[in-house]
Write a protein that binds this ligand. Structure first.
Ligand SMILES: CC(C)(COP(=O)(O)OP(=O)(O)OC[C@H]1O[C@@H](n2cnc3c(N)ncnc32)[C@H](O)[C@@H]1OP(=O)(O)O)[C@@H](O)C(=O)NCCC(=O)NCCS
Length: 237
């Protein structure tokens, strides 16, 4: 499912449920020690999916630890993202020579509870959501917006280490092309943050009751280096 939303040079792996046989490294088991059992299962299954996806790139398996902010520490030369929600766990990875960052997110396809819609949107988004709700009432646009902003954050944070509030970005959906564009409303502090100051493009889908979003931010053309032997597509797709 998530692979439908990503370029062919991104490797992805997913599963509908937890995998009791998922292998973990001692360093990962140490990270899990203080987690409750359901959280352990999703953590382990996410790592399993991530190693499968890395395997498609040809990266040998190894422990996947975390940064202080909770982001996965991907092997040298790769970028990636993970998500889990009821009924779905997924990971996506790519070479950092091709992509600055990836962000993926899965959520149950249901309306957001209470006043969450208000809390995660800026004024222009509220007006656009009202129009989308009227035109496509079977889609929970507020949930998709929440998910898309989480995808943006998962791409942003590992590169910058900077917190981003839900109202620090404004997002616009294209309901026909199943895409979205996000623009950050904060001032960039560093050259890396400036790389995110163009529109961040993403895709969305609803599959099997799950709202899915993904962003894949390519390395800007003026930073791409020549790689004569590089593979352009993931073989198993
Ligand atoms: C971090 C966050 C995005 C995770 O999303 P979620 O829907 O709660 O959970 P998901 O299952 O989809 O994703 C969890 C995975 O995200 C990854 N993740 C966690 N923190 C992360 C971070 N700071 N940066 C990148 N990835 C992160 C991890 O792989 C985690 O799984 P793991 O702990 O098993 O490795 C969310 O909890 C959060 O803090 N959001 C607030 C910030 C935000 O989204 N702002 C919007 C700005 S426009």
């Amino acid at each position: 499912m998530i692979e439908e939303l990503l370029p062919s040079t991104v490797a992805a792996a997913a599963t509908a449920g937890d995998l009791p046989y998922a292998h973990l490294y001692p360093e990962e088991l140490a990270l899990m020690r203080r987690m409750a059992p359901p959280r352990r299962s999703e953590f382990a299954t996410g790592r399993h999916c991530a190693r499968q996806a890395l395997g498609l790139l040809g990266v040998p398996p190894g422990p996947l630890l975390r940064t202080e902010g909770g982001a996965p520490r991907w092997p040298e030369g790769t970028v990636g993202s993970m998500t889990h929600c009821a009924g779905y766990r997924a990971a996506a990875v790519a070479w950092s020579r091709d992509f600055l960052a990836l962000g993926i997110d899965a959520e149950p396809h249901a309306a957001l509870p209470g006043d969450v819609r208000q809390a995660i949107t800026v004024g222009s988004e509220r007006a656009a959501l009202a129009d989308l709700d009227a035109a496509h009432p079977r889609i929970h646009w507020d949930r998709l917006l929440f998910s898309a902003k989480e995808s943006v954050y998962k791409a942003w944070y590992p590169r910058t280490g900077r917190w981003l509030d839900f109202t620090d970005a404004v997002l616009a959906f294209d309901p026909v092309r199943s895409t979205f564009a996000a623009r950050l409303l904060i001032s960039p502090h560093t050259p890396t943050e400036r790389l995110f100051s163009v529109d961040i493009r993403g895709r969305w889908a609803i599959r099997n009751g799950i709202a899915l979003t993904a962003v894949a931010i390519p390395v800007p053309a003026d930073r791409v280096k020549a790689h004569p032997a590089r593979q352009d597509a993931i073989p198993a797709r």
